[in-house]
Ligand binder design. Structure first.
Ligand code: SF4
Ligand code: SF4
Length: 200
């Protein structure tokens, strides 16, 4: 782990890191940096900071490092780290909370992951289920990776693994309402946390 200048850490940074941990239901003091979470993470090799380091930077209040890390955006939310932790630190939820904080701070260190998230939510909200072919098309268009699936798409169409028909769930209105409720709750929680209160 690289050295950090602790004198550059502000009270606001410390509070923001504590708020991220609180959102994940984690007490940062519980982590004693044993590394069991990192040892079990199937994606550690692709990460710029190890899961253990994300917790350490939160403990130290290094907000900028945490919010610009690619790790939470690469995390697959598999929960192995949280299961292995001898201190019951919920690292998986921490990754999710960091990702949300990073998005709301406009950091987007892995732009594609953010675009995919938004496309997936829009897809499920519209149809009540995920229509993979339209999800892939929306993602490719918004990310600029236009030809990314062209070769596979033709093969999959020929084998009828995907089609052009749109599948809509019977309960799609309820799913859309659920998505809206979750987004509104997230907006309200953030407004409350930043002291602006109550606007959703
Ligand atoms: S396994 Fe738990 S205690 Fe060990 S480094 Fe990871 S979060 Fe900290
Ligand atoms: S939840 Fe994320 S950080 Fe934890 S083990 Fe899985 S991929 Fe790694």
């Amino acid at each position: 782990m690289r050295a950090i200048d602790l004198s550059a850490i502000t009270d606001e940074d410390l509070q923001a890191c504590a708020a991220i941990a609180a959102e994940a239901g984690v007490d940062l003091k519980d982590c004693y940096q044993c590394g069991k979470c990192t040892a079990g993470c199937p994606l550690a090799e692709s990460m710029d900071l190890m899961p253990r380091e994300i917790i350490r930077f939160l403990q130290l209040g290094d907000l900028e490092t945490v919010l610009t890390a690619k790790t939470p955006w690469i995390c697959a939310q598999c929960d192995v780290c949280s299961t292995r932790c001898p201190q019951n630190v919920d690292i998986c939820s921490t990754m999710r909370a960091v990702r949300l904080a990073s998005k709301h701070a406009g950091k987007q260190p892995v732009r594609e992951a953010d675009i995919f998230d938004d496309a997936f939510i829009a897809n499920v909200k519209s149809h009540g289920v995920s229509n993979e072919q339209y999800l892939a098309a929306a993602y490719n268009l918004k990310s600029g990776h236009l030809m990314q699936d062209a070769g596979n798409a033709i093969r999959m169409l020929k084998r009828k693994m995907v089609g052009v028909a749109v599948h809509n769930s019977q309960g799609r209105a309820e799913v859309a309402a659920l998505v809206d409720r979750a987004l509104a709750a997230d907006a309200k929680r953030r407004a409350d946390a930043s002291g602006k209160g109550g606007e959703a």
